[in-house]
Design a protein around this ligand. Sequence first.
Ligand SMILES: Nc1nc2c(c(=O)[nH]1)N[C@H]1C(S)=C(S)[C@@H](COP(=O)(O)O)O[C@H]1N2
Ligand SMILES: [Mo]
Length: 367
Amino acid sequence: MAKTLFDKHVDFGVRQANPFNGGPPPRLLGQSHITPTDLFFVRSHGDVPEVDADSYRLEVNGRVSRHLSLSLDEIKNNFERVAVNATLQCAGNRREELMAVQPIPHELPWGVDAISHAAWAGVRLRDVLAVAGVESEAALNLHVEFGGLDEVERLNNRFRYGGSIPLAKGLSPEVILAYEMNGEPLAPAHGFPLRTIVPGFIGARSVKWLERITVQDEPSHNYFQRKAYRLFASNARADTVNWDNGMMLGEMNVTSVICSHTEDERVGAGMIAVQGYALAGGGREIARVDVSSDGGQTWMHAELFNDTNPWAWTLWKANFELEPGRYQLVVRAMDTSANTQPQDISQVWNFKGYMNNAWHRVNVEAR
Ligand SMILES: Nc1nc2c(c(=O)[nH]1)N[C@H]1C(S)=C(S)[C@@H](COP(=O)(O)O)O[C@H]1N2
Ligand SMILES: [Mo]
């Protein structure tokens, strides 16, 4: 089949060519539990760096008792290979809906497409840290920073992409340094030759083109940890913001989305199948998905498709019998901690446009 930039599917929705960003058409996204690599969304803040696998080295430093410098072969041969199926979602997923509430300049208007699910394989971060002399007793209040090889320009500075997670999360077995995605070496756009996968956290912490791991006392001082990917109150604005007041984002919140239908779509009257995805953050799972065809006045339970993996999204489906007329389809989910989604999108607006998990609504007309 024909391919486009970076070997993506012909129907891949390119949102920006430089740096390359895009996602799959929602209808295709909701169809398979594993997102094929050529449809998997791409979120890159800088250009894709060209990395020579033969001379590549991963540095491990900071509060470790042994500094490491590992080649790709050493990583593959000296550590146990583990497989983790995990969903990545950008904190900016569904920003487009927030932008309709109030403009959010200079940010990508993601629809429901900044999310995908893959079968990753690599080595556990904690196994690498153990060789560097970091044990779980060290975890209290420490952080592990990931540095990427790609360069970004923000606020008149050029620097490399980076971010961090609490070391306690980093020592958890699901956090891996991945060299494989869906059975193949990582594609250049997805972080070749090595990236972190931090299941349950916002996508920003799954750092691509990983060159450095640093154990340290504080969260990363990188722009993407200290300014971007923070959640601010709804009255904060870009020009007056005190960046320290934002909440550093880590675990995702519970969300659900309709993928089978788009706004103002016309459908044939009769039986329609409404489908989509739901995702819980942290190690939580989706407990229930409710779907409505009357704007949220009455609800039915969707059928759930999941492989009982807490790091994976849940696909769902609900059938409705529609007479000719106008309908508002709505979905909302509940996770295993009984967290639910806010009803009103204006409640979740923030000037960076992150973490929109309001009820997802799609208006359709049946004829
Ligand atoms: N080095 C590096 N890592 C990065 C990014 C980046 O720009 N540079 N983007 C992050 C963000 S914001 C997201 S949502 C995920 C997206 O991963 P994907 O492009 O494989 O879908 O990568 C993260 N890792
Ligand atoms: Mo992101």
